[in-house]
Design a protein around this ligand. Structure first.
Ligand SMILES: CC(C)(COP(=O)(O)OP(=O)(O)OC[C@H]1O[C@@H](n2cnc3c(N)ncnc32)[C@H](O)[C@@H]1OP(=O)(O)O)[C@@H](O)C(=O)NCCC(=O)NCCS
Length: 187
C-alpha cells in the first residue's frame, strides 16, 4: 500500500493570537503513544460526551502496542496533527475486516479543545482520504452523536451524508445513546 510518511506542513489562520499558526499532519509512531493517550482521555472527559470511548480511553501501553501493530498491518492507520505545543489532533482509520465490505473504512477524529476551528480536523480528514484512496477504499463511514453539531457541520462541509440513525447504539454510563451513521463515497 502506498502511504505517505512525509509530513504535510499546513498554514492555518491564527485565531488565538498566543498560538503559533502552523501545524503538521503525519502518520503516528509508537513514540506518540503517551501524547495520544492524554489527548484521548482529555477529549473523552469533556462534559459534552463527544466520543464513543469516554474516560476509559486506552492506556499509553495499549496505545503504543496498537501503533506498533500498525507497522505490520496495512489496513489501518493513525494520523496526528502536531503543533509546537505537541499533538493536538488524532484521526484513526481502519478498513472493515470482512472481505465483502473491505472497501469500507471507519474513522474516528478528535482535536484538542484549544486547537479547534483552525483547520486541524479538515487537514486530518484530507490525509485520511488520501490514505484511503491509496488503499483502495471506496467508502468512508463513521458514527457521530446527534448533539455533536461541530462534528456534523465538519463532515457535511466535506461532503459526507447522513446514512442512517442508530437508536440506543452505544452504552453511556447507565444508559444508551443514539448515533448518526454518516458516510462518504470515494471515487
Ligand atoms: C469535530 C472536530 C473534530 C472538528 O475539528 P476542527 O479542527 O475544529 O475542525 P475545522 O477547524 O477543520 O472545521 C472545519 C469546518 O467544520 C465546521 N465546524 C467545525 N467546528 C464547528 C463548530 N463548533 N460549529 C459549527 N461548525 C463547525 C465549520 O464549517 C468549519 O469551517 P469554518 O471554521 O471555516 O467555518 C472538533 O470539534 C473536535 O475534536 N471535537 C471533539 C471531539 C469530537 O467531537 N470528535 C468527533 C467525534 S464523531
Amino acid at each position: 500500500m502506498a502511504t505517505s510518511e512525509r509530513p504535510v506542513i499546513l498554514a492555518v489562520a491564527d485565531t488565538a493570537s498566543s498560538l503559533p499558526d502552523t501545524f503538521l499532519v503525519r502518520q503516528a509512531t509508537p513514540a506518540d503513544a503517551e501524547a495520544l493517550a492524554v489527548l484521548g482521555r482529555t477529549v473523552g472527559s469533556e462534559a459534552e460526551g463527544w466520543l464513543i470511548t469516554d474516560r476509559t480511553w486506552r492506556s499509553t501501553s495499549d496505545e503504543r502496542r496498537y501503533l506498533k501493530s500498525l507497522r505490520r498491518y496495512a489496513h489501518a492507520a493513525v494520523f496526528v496533527a502536531e503543533a509546537p505545543e505537541g499533538i493536538v489532533g488524532r484521526l484513526s482509520i481502519a478498513r472493515d475486516p470482512h472481505p465483502a465490505s473491505s472497501h469500507v473504512a471507519d474513522l474516528g477524529l478528535m482535536v484538542a479543545a484549544g486547537r479547534r476551528r483552525q483547520g486541524v480536523g479538515t487537514a486530518l480528514m484530507a490525509e485520511a482520504t488520501k490514505w484511503a484512496l491509496a488503499a483502495g477504499v471506496r467508502k468512508l463511514e463513521l458514527h457521530v452523536f446527534p448533539h455533536n453539531e461541530a462534528a456534523i457541520a465538519l463532515y457535511e462541509k466535506l461532503g459526507w451524508r447522513r446514512e442512517g440513525y442508530r437508536k440506543e447504539h452505544y452504552r453511556r454510563g447507565d444508559g444508551y445513546v443514539d448515533a448518526i451513521l454518516m458516510a462518504r463515497d470515494l471515487n
